[in-house]
Design a protein around this ligand. Structure first.
Ligand SMILES: [Zn+2]
Length: 294
C-alpha cells in the first residue's frame, strides 16, 4: 500500500501526463483519490495540473469539506462530482475528470461513444454514454451523473468533457486515455466513410473475454447479457428498462432492435461485415496481451 506522500506524488505525475497529452487546457481538469471512507485527496482549483508538486494536493472528507490544504490552495470546484461517484460506488478508489479533445467534441456534438469498432474499447469500456449537461460546481452534474454510476465506469459530460473512475488512480487515468483513443478513432473512421462495426456474435465473444478475466468495475457485459441474448452494443434497448433511461445510449447501432433485425442480416444490408477470422485473430491478440499484463 502506498503512503499518502507517494499517492500525492503520483497525482502530480498523472497531472503532468494529462496536461502533456493535451487532455486539459490551462487550469482545467481535476482528479481525486480515496484514502479511506472519510479522507480523500484531490487536486486544487485554479492551477495547471501539469505543474503540481505534492504540497498542492488538498484533503477533503466524504462530503467534500476541507480537511487540509496548504496556504493558497483550495480543493477542486468539481469535488461534489467526485464525491457522488465515491458515495454510489464503494468499489471506486479514484476519479479523473478531463477535457480530452475528441471525447469532448463528441460530448459537445451530443454523440455517445457506442459504436462497436475495436476490441479493446469493447472489452474495457463497453459503451460510453453522455450524462446530461449540468452547471459546473453545482449539484447539477452529480445529480445527472447518478443514474449512470451503477452501470458504467466512464461517461461523457454533455457540452463539457469526460469523467472516468476505477479502483485506483492509474486505472482511472488509463480509462480516460482509452476513452479519448476510442473517440479519436471513431472520429477519424467517420471521416474515412464510417467505421465497420462488429456484429453481435463478435461482440459477444469480446464480452466473454471480459467475463473470463473477471475485470473489476461495471460494464454493460455484466448487465445486458443477464437479460437474454442481446448485448449492449446491438440490443437497441431490448435489455430492459435499466438501459432505456439513458438518452442517446443506443445512438447509431447497426442493429436497431436485435429481436426483429438479426445482426447478420443487418450487417449485410449495410454492406459492412467484419471478417470473422480477423476478429478471432484480434481476440487472440487481446487475450495474449491481457495475459502478459497479469
Ligand atoms: Zn471540466
Amino acid at each position: 500500500m502506498q503512503n499518502e506522500y507517494e499517492i500525492k506524488k503520483l497525482m502530480c505525475d498523472i497531472g503532468k501526463r494529462v496536461y502533456d497529452r493535451g487532455m486539459v487546457a490551462a487550469n482545467d481538469g481535476n482528479f481525486s483519490v480515496k484514502l479511506n471512507d472519510h479522507e480523500f485527496l484531490c487536486t486544487p482549483t485554479g492551477v495547471s495540473k501539469g505543474f503540481m508538486t505534492p504540497e498542492y494536493i488538498c484533503k477533503v472528507d466524504e462530503n467534500g469539506e476541507l480537511i487540509q490544504a496548504n496556504k493558497g490552495f483550495k480543493p477542486s470546484s468539481e469535488i461534489k462530482m467526485h464525491m457522488r461517484v465515491y458515495k454510489m460506488r464503494p468499489d471506486v478508489g479514484s476519479v479523473v475528470h478531463a477535457h480530452p479533445l475528441y471525447a469532448t467534441a463528441f460530448a459537445i456534438a451530443g454523440i455517445p461513444l457506442t459504436q462497436p469498432i475495436m476490441p479493446e474499447a469493447i472489452i474495457s469500456l463497453g459503451c460510453v454514454p453522455i450524462a446530461e449537461y449540468g452547471t459546473p460546481s453545482t449539484d447539477e452534474i452529480p445529480d445527472n451523473l447518478e443514474k449512470y454510476l451503477p452501470y458504467f465506469d466512464a461517461v461523457l459530460l454533455e457540452n463539457h468533457g469526460a469523467l472516468t473512475w476505477s479502483t485506483d488512480l492509474l486505472a482511472a487515468y488509463h480509462k480516460m486515455e482509452s476513452v479519448e483513443f476510442y473517440a479519436n478513432l471513431l472520429y477519424k473512421s467517420k471521416m474515412l466513410g464510417g467505421p465497420k462495426e462488429f456484429d453481435e456474435k463478435n461482440i459477444e465473444k469480446l464480452y466473454a473475454i471480459r467475463r473470463k478475466f473477471g475485470m473489476p468495475g461495471k460494464h454493460p457485459a455484466s448487465v445486458c447479457l443477464n437479460q437474454g441474448s442481446a448485448n449492449c452494443h446491438t440490443c437497441g434497448g431490448n435489455c430492459g428498462e435499466d438501459f432505456r433511461q439513458f438518452p442517446g445510449y443506443q445512438y447509431d447501432f447497426v442493429g436497431k432492435k436485435s429481436a426483429d433485425a438479426p445482426a447478420n442480416k443487418d450487417m449485410s444490408a449495410n454492406g459492412k461485415t467484419v471478417d470473422e477470422k480477423m476478429v478471432s485473430d484480434i481476440t487472440k491478440k487481446v487475450l495474449a496481451q491481457l495475459d502478459s499484463n497479469k
